[in-house]
Each structure stands twice: as structure tokens, then as C-alpha cells.
Design a protein around this ligand. Sequence first.
Ligand code: SF4
Length: 612
Amino acid sequence: MGTFIGKLLRIDLTNRAYSKVEIPSDLYRDFISARGLSSAFLYKELAPGVDPLGPENKLIMSIGVLGGTGLQGFSKWAVASKSPLTGTIFRSISGGNFGPWMKYAGYDLMILEGKASEPLYVYVDPEGVQFLDASEIMGRDPLSTQELLKKKHGQHTEAACIGIAGERLVRYATVTSGQRTASRGGMGTVMGAKNLKAVAINTPVKKPAAFDKDKFQSLINKQIEILKAHPRRKNMTTLGTPYITTVVDALGILPVRNFQEGSMQQIEAISGDQFYELKLNKAGCHMCMTRCGGIRKVSQGPLAGSSIDGPEYETIYAFGPLLGILDRQFIIDANALCDFYGIDTISTGVCIAYLFELYEKGFLSSYELDGLSLEWGNRQTVFRLIEKIGKMEGIGKMLGEGIKRMSRHFSPEASSFAMHIKGLELPGYDPRGVKGYALSMGTSNIGGSHMYGRPREELSGKMDPLTETNKGASIARIQKEQALEDSLIACTFGNSGLDLEMYGQLLSAATGLESFESPEGLLQIGERILCIERCFNVREGFRRKDDSLPSRIVSEPLRNAGPCTGEIVKNFDGLLDEYYEALGYNKDGLPSAKKIADLGISYLAGDIPGVS
Ligand code: SF4
């Protein structure tokens, strides 16, 4: 099976026991690895209705079949679970070395289940697995946690861990490896609920051998040549994702002051070039020549004087225009503070923006404010609020529950500007100006994510972003492609110049499975993954009504947004019908029994009530 390792590590935290389990080859064939395999296991092993923060929930850490092989930009890793933020199936992807280390230790994935009676961390080495007391690392931030684990177990140890926010169950806590995070959906919260501070791996580097070594190596060489010449790769290496800010502003889809407007005066103050000026060094993930990250100095807070890898575009959006701020150093400092506590920068910024607008519109009483002044652009307040969220204290307790739960404290009128889909706070693209994004985010099985299907053609102007018909099939296809890429894991920022054909050749050379060579076959795997994720959510009670957009997006014209001024999403129902039809789902968003059978997964999902 070449670069498929063939084994998973099952870790039972309740009983402090573990086992190494063979992964059936038909699961590889049907779901490949990482997101696909994790979704299949979550569907199979989680009973409907489990409490995401209860011991019955499971957390799956995984790496793609092409990770750790020398291929560039394929060594990120994924963590998947039922999300405490959305109640849906969820996956979040991170860089750092943890994923390759898992593979070098001999596993394609790890399933963490149960709940430890006391806080602990799991230590994995060639001898096996140990369950070790976490009292020395509890209360520590992710960076110092990892330093301490390296000191204790050797510099060659790589860990995935949570910060204080994960311990205190902030619902959007992250999992950190190195300086990179699996940010979204509260995967760190699930770790915290299991009393699991970290998973540490100490293993010799042992690259998996490809099935056809010569062919695989020649494909790696070809990929390197493609990347060297690719303009997008060059842009990413120099500027990284911060270059996106001014592009999105020019399109009129940069969310400003909680999605009230779509562009901002003097946005150049936080452009890619401005962040480039502060870049001290390049940074990147294991085995990636794109190295899109940038090291920058922190000027305030507990990490003052040190430096971080950041910020990415999404963090610039969340602590910049979304809050009415144009201060690049402040954005770096807010990023560092979130990293220190271990919280998602997007969810944090969106929850704070909601609070600011509640204040602006008179929905907050003064006793709820903890003495803070909540005008747009108030950086000091934002900093204090991040601390309060990280510690889950004062008003931070409400913010740390996520925007959906937070909005329940206020009148229905106030929930109209709570910017989330299925409970996941929205990223930095206003869906009113890119209707394909509205459809993709609205139908995403993990909620309002920009990484569940990115309508590149609309964003680049190759397709009209403002029309609201004939988009269902293209968004269905884009989501299938993304599901496939997440199952490899091909980094969205590091896969420049690759296509389905190249993925097929790589997979076939790596694994010896010729069935992967067909681009149509690969798309069908993507569709199968989407389908099993939808089946998971259907079992949880999700239906068409949940494939919806925040009321601001469908009713309030976008202001100050250049070409998108005055836009709302008018025909979301029509787009939904198209999308469901393209995927063989019924009008209520349920896959048909025939579709499940056609995708060959009746053995997994042939028993869903209501599906016919
Ligand atoms: S392109 Fe950036 S995020 Fe992607 S693998 Fe490379 S360094 Fe990591």
C-alpha cells in the first residue's frame, strides 16, 4: 500500500489503554485519508446526539497519504470531531510538525476517546504509549507547553496541545503544533473536555516508501519545477496571505464593522506590503517550499518581545476592518494574544464585533460591560476582551460560548446581525458580493467556513460573482475538489499548479492503487466525503432550514462596497435547489438512498431515518 501506513492508534483516555488497529483497505479506497477517513470513522463510531463535550465524543488526528514523503505542501494534518460550536461534524487543518511525526511513528491517524479522570498528556514513542500527569503543563500557553515537553522528552519531540482557553472550555479553542493552529470549530475545546492537554510524539524520522519510488520521485521533481515557476507561489512566498486584504477591499467584500460595510478608507495601512515591512523572516510548514508564513515581532501582552508566525489574512480581517481598526502592529499583538490563550482569531474577532454592534445599537446595559468602552476601533478594549475570553472571566464567559449561543442572550432583533452559519463565525468574505460563496458557506457541513469550497473563478472575475443562478453545479464541484484536497492534505496555499490529473498520478505512484488515476474517480471520492458528512449532520437533525445565511446577508443592502454596494442575496432558495439537485439530494437537503448506494457507502450510511 506504499505511503498508506495501514494502522491507526486508538487511545482510550478513560481506561488509559491503547491499541494499534489495522485500517481496512476499502476505507482507503473510498475515502483516501485525513478528512475523508476521519469523516468515515466519525460517522461509524459516534452515536447520534452525543454531547460534543462528553466522553462519548471522539477526536481524530490524521495526516494525508502523501504527507511526510518529500512532496511539497502536503504535510499539514487534520483534527476532526463533533464540534462544540456547531454540533456538526467538523475538521480543522493545521501546519507544524505533528502530522508527519504521527506518520513517522507508524500511524495514519489517532482516535482519542473517553475522558481522563485527571488532566494528562499522552506520550507516544517507539516503545508505545504512556499516559502522563499534566500538572506541570496545565495553565501554560501552547508555546511554553511544547518547550517543556521538548525539555522533558528530547528536542525531537513534537506535540499538539491546547492553551488555557481549551482547558477552560472556550468553545472555539485551538489545537497548536509549533506556531501553527487547527483553529476552527473548537477542536481544542474537545481536547480540554477530555482532560487532555497534549499529545506528544518522539520518533525517528522514517519517511514512508512510495509504491513506485522512481515514478513518485520524478513527480516530486516535476512539482518542484512547477512551483518554482508559478507566480502565485512567488506571491505567497513573499507576501503570504496578507496580500489578500486589499484585493478583497477592491472587490467590495471586505467585512467592515461587523459586515455593515464592504470596504474601508485607508486600507493600504494594513496591506500586504505594510505587513511585509514588518516581516523578520520566512516561516512555513514541514516540507513546503512555498513557506507562506512570516515571523513578526510582538510589542505587547504576555508574548511581548518575542515573535510569532503571523498574521494570516483572516486574522487581519478579524482584528482589523471587522472592528474598525487599521493598526498593523495591533493586529500582530492581538494574533499573539489569541495564540497565547489558544483561541481562534476569526471566532474571537466576530464575537467581539457583535458585542460592539450590540453596544452601538443600544442592546447592552452598562453592568454587562465590565467597565469597558465599546466604540468601534477601541484597541485597548479589544485586547482586554481577548484576555477575558481566554480566561473565561467576566463578559468573556458569554463571548467564549461563541456567537450563536451569545446571541440568545438578546432579542431576536439583535440576532439578525450575529454573523454565523450553523454556529460558525463568518470568515473575511462578505457573501453578498460573491453569491457562490454565499451558497458554499450556507451549505457547508461545518458551518460558515471559507475553506469548504472556495469559488476561485468568481473571486478572480472569471465568473460573474453577483448573478444568482446557474451556480449550484459549480459550487458542488468545488466542494468535492476541496474534500478531495483535504483528504490528501494538499495545502490550499501551497498547491499552486496542481490539478486532478497530477493528484491522480501522485496517488497511484505513492500507493499502487491505479483506481486513483481517474480524475472522475477522484471527484467521486470528494462527493462521497461530502455525502458522509451530510449524512452525519442529517442524523443530528440538520435539514434545509440549517443551510441558511445570517439575516443581514439576505435583507440588509451592503454599504460602501464599491461594485457590491446595495447587494443582498435574493435567490438563496433557488441556489439551494440547484445545489441539492447537482448532488442528488432531495428538496430538504437529504441525500437519497440511491445516491448513497451509487456512492458505494450503503454499508456505512444505509440506515438513516427519513432517507429513502
Ligand atoms: S503554503 Fe503555507 S500553509 Fe501551506 S503548507 Fe506551505 S507554509 Fe504551510
